[in-house]
Design a protein around this ligand. Structure first.
Ligand code: PMV
Length: 326
């Protein structure tokens, strides 16, 4: 057996977080500047069938057999073994690293799962297709978050902009114009499971109000899809602003996130919103290419602990064949 590695990107939700848990559509794009990586190394010095996992970013070094079954990394490894019909694990070391900040709304958990599932299945000589990678990572997401919509594992496994509706087939999106994004971290951890559960309690207490907010977010997401595919970048920015306003009403923003969003707009962003579960984590601003460096600096000066500049590439549409009539 030889060394096998795989990596997976982070992700940013452009529209529809939280509402997506309640059946509304959402739009997410991969974030290539940050990645999770899994490296599988054969090790003849380990006892036969031992998988030794090293994840220095979270201070973990343990054997698979020592981890509780519901541990996300153990679940990912066992998920691959079960999927491929292996009763005994291979004897190997698994090294996991990530440049995606944890608890920041950029999909770090899903990216680690996707990288690990890809690397391990390839190591076992049976690389899994993308839909199975995503499905296995979704099972692990349930351990992280309880009731995930599935958007994180999907956008990260497919590594394409997606229009996502829970339990519906994935639709990839083709932006007509490149989208220049600046992502800025508030430095405050965002615990998805807690925020999702707080929204659920609020929805239970005032279902009509929250359903109306989710529907309004869903409508914005649909308009966002149209603007993205039509290359209406300024419109896209205005819709992001509107989405942020609704997230504030949902109760998932915070003074720090609102401040970063306001500063982004002040420095010329076409639009900005919190991204991911909220209460902490990152904001995403849509900007013109020539403004992106300046905007990132302004956000850092305003207290963002990290900024990332990213471009979602335009996808050329096939030339339309003129119809011949007559
Ligand atoms: O994992 P995060 O923080 O990016 O949140 C995912 C988005 C939510 O809609 C809040 C939850 C979900 O499962 O879709």
């Amino acid at each position: 057996m030889t060394v096998v590695s795989a990596s997976a990107p982070g992700k940013v939700i452009l529209f529809g977080e939280h509402a997506v848990v309640y059946g509304q559509p959402a739009i997410a794009v991969p974030l290539d500047q940050v990645r999770a990586r899994a490296v599988i190394v054969p090790d003849v010095h380990l006892p036969s069938g031992e998988v030794r996992i090293y994840a220095p970013d979270i201070g973990l070094e343990a054997s698979l057999s020592e981890l509780p079954v519901e541990h996300p990394l153990a679940a990912a490894v066992r998920g691959v073994l079960a999927e491929l019909g292996f009763e005994r694990p291979p004897t190997c070391r698994v090294h996991l690293t990530s440049t995606i900040a944890a608890a920041s709304g950029l999909g770090s958990g899903a990216a680690v799962s996707v990288a690990l599932i890809r690397a391990l299945s390839a190591y076992l000589g049976r690389p899994l297709p993308v839909d199975r990678v995503s499905a296995l990572a979704f099972e692990v997401e349930k351990l992280h978050h309880g009731t995930p919509s599935g958007i994180d594992n999907t956008v990260i496994a497919y590594n394409r902009p997606i229009y996502f509706v829970r339990q519906r087939p994935i639709e990839t999106l083709a932006p007509a114009e490149p989208l220049h994004l600046v992502v800025a971290d508030s430095g405050i951890p965002s615990h998805t499971a807690q925020v999702v559960s707080a929204v659920r309690q609020a929805w239970q207490a005032d279902t009509a109000r929250y359903e109306a907010l989710f529907q309004a977010i869903g409508a914005i997401t649909q308009e966002g899809r149209y603007a993205l595919e039509a290359g209406q970048v300024a419109r896209l920015g205005a819709l992001m602003d509107e989405n942020h306003r609704l997230l504030v009403e949902l109760g998932v923003s915070s003074p720090e996130l609102d401040r970063l969003v306001t500063i982004a707009r002040r420095w010329g962003a076409l639009g900005a919103k919190l991204c991911g579960a909220g209460r902490g984590g990152n904001i995403v601003a849509l900007t013109l290419l020539e403004d992106s460096e300046r905007l990132a600096r302004a956000l850092q000066e305003a207290g963002a602990t990290r900024t990332l500049i990213s471009t979602v590439r335009a996808v050329p549409r096939p030339a339309t064949t003129p119809s011949v009539e007559g």
